[in-house]
Ligand binder design. Sequence first.
Ligand code: AMP
Length: 398
Amino acid sequence: MNILVINCGSSSLKYQVIDSGSEEVLAKGLCERIGLDGRLVYQKAGGEKEITEADMPSHKQAIQMVLDALVNPGTGVLGSLDEIGAVGHRIVHGGEEFAASTLLGEEVLKAIEECSDLAPLHNPANLIGVRACQELMPNVPMVGVFDTAFHQTMPEKAYLYGIDYGYYEKYKVRRYGFHGTSHSYVSKRAAEIVGKPYGELKTIVCHLGNGASICAVKNGKSIDTSMGLTPLEGLIMGTRSGDIDPGAMEYLAKKEGLDLEGIMEVLNKKSGVQGLSNISSDFRDLEAAAAKDDHAGIRALEAFIYRAAKYVGAYVAAMNGVDVICFTAGVGENGPDTRKGICNYLGYLGVCIDDEANKVRGEERVISALDSKVTVLCLPTNEELAIARETVALVTGK
Ligand code: AMP
């Protein structure tokens, strides 16, 4: 069965068509600048990227262009749209309502809408994508796969903030966690690689990209993760601050004359390694600066690595041990120095990196030494494949 995977943002949309039998990507691409001038990128397996500039006033038009490209007699990969068996949608926030992927009927869409308060930048855009696909493919089943669902197994002691419990009862203010599809995929794949049952492993997944989070997976279940009510908590990220004393916000607001919106803009967009370095949010730029002994690049990288190592240590404590540590996403997959830097803090656990093996980018590989007490993996994530698998499982009931 062919699955169309859609990850819809407010002005962009990523897509892939995956043959669920072979798990091959038949075509992929993205629509950018939706609502502005519009740009479609389309790439067939083994083919060159094709770029089309075209008016895309709405998400519906953008998806229509994707569908047209997929059935284009010259470069398309499908004979007709009937060859799409189901559509899998990435949905960012499922609140407490969704602990698993689900078929998207009217009731479910309403419930997702109700979670939109918790993710005002993401959920409405995700829903626009679902509605547009429903209009264009009314008979094709739609499935929602939530970034938060995997973390719904977190115990109360891990998900509650230390604030008046009434805020949780009234408004569901608690930690939810994100990147769940990635943490789930990577931790499962890690169990396959080390050849041990998923249900018996203690795994820490470091999803280090522009957005970054770490997850403790014990016996196949997320028991804690570094992001919270929103994706702002936890690690220092590309442009997000991660953990910060809430008192610092009041102090800064007064000093800089900022209102709440201004403070949130600073914490989400002007902080992280970007803010710390004033060079870039991209680790390649920071590594280049650090290689030239530029202290601004060095301090950002060191702070990023230190925060990540502290979270790994915390999760070793939470699980009373760790068998496998995985590095994934842009920096985790492509940053040997970052991986090594984090693992250097973990010598007390018997973590030992094989420097030769660690010279890997974007490929599955064991990067720990043979005598390391913990297996360390470079393990590329594949959220689209995970979404396609969930979609097939729901549609076929298998
Ligand atoms: P993601 O959000 O997972 O797409 O990750 C994006 C980030 O990965 C970029 O901002 C870069 O900082 C980082 N990245 C990508 N390629 C490399 C590389 N070759 N070396 C170091 N960092 C990289």
